[in-house]
Design a protein around this ligand. Sequence first.
Ligand SMILES: [Zn+2]
Ligand SMILES: [Zn+2]
Length: 176
Amino acid sequence: MKCPVCKNPDLRPTMIEELLPSMGCEACKGSLVSLLYYRHWAEHHKPHYDSPPSSVTVVPDSINALRCPKCERIMTKYRISGVVTNRLDVCPGCDEAWLDGGEWQLLEQLQLSDKLPSVFTEAWQRKVRSEANEHLRREGLRRAIGDEDANKVESLRAWLNGHPAKSTILTYLYRE
Ligand SMILES: [Zn+2]
Ligand SMILES: [Zn+2]
């Protein structure tokens, strides 16, 4: 099997994680993970996250459509989260996922390394789209009024959302 990104080097058996085998490319560090093995690994060796997600490192993503190294079919892309643009490629026929170099570490940073099959569902993708829109709106607000005021708006919004008289307050503010 050839690497779907570099095309040339043969994929070699490797371990993406202790007890999670994959076929890796030595050139681009990408790896092909069998979702069958993955489910078994996630069931028995579920990672335990005991602190909230930290900031994430930007990892380059292969933008082009990839062909499955096993069957040559075009793989489907699934965005993993609203805060990063990386997408994972999945072959619908072979039940195999392609992770570009660094994307496994990215999944760990986002605390999603035990959630792969959920990422490949329409419900998850809808959630990602609304997270991404929210992220864009926040960035737009920050650019428009600066970080400090944007933080004030965020805390005002959090306070408002938890307030029993939210609509009364909003009506009052709109009339100003
Ligand atoms: Zn490669
Ligand atoms: Zn395939």
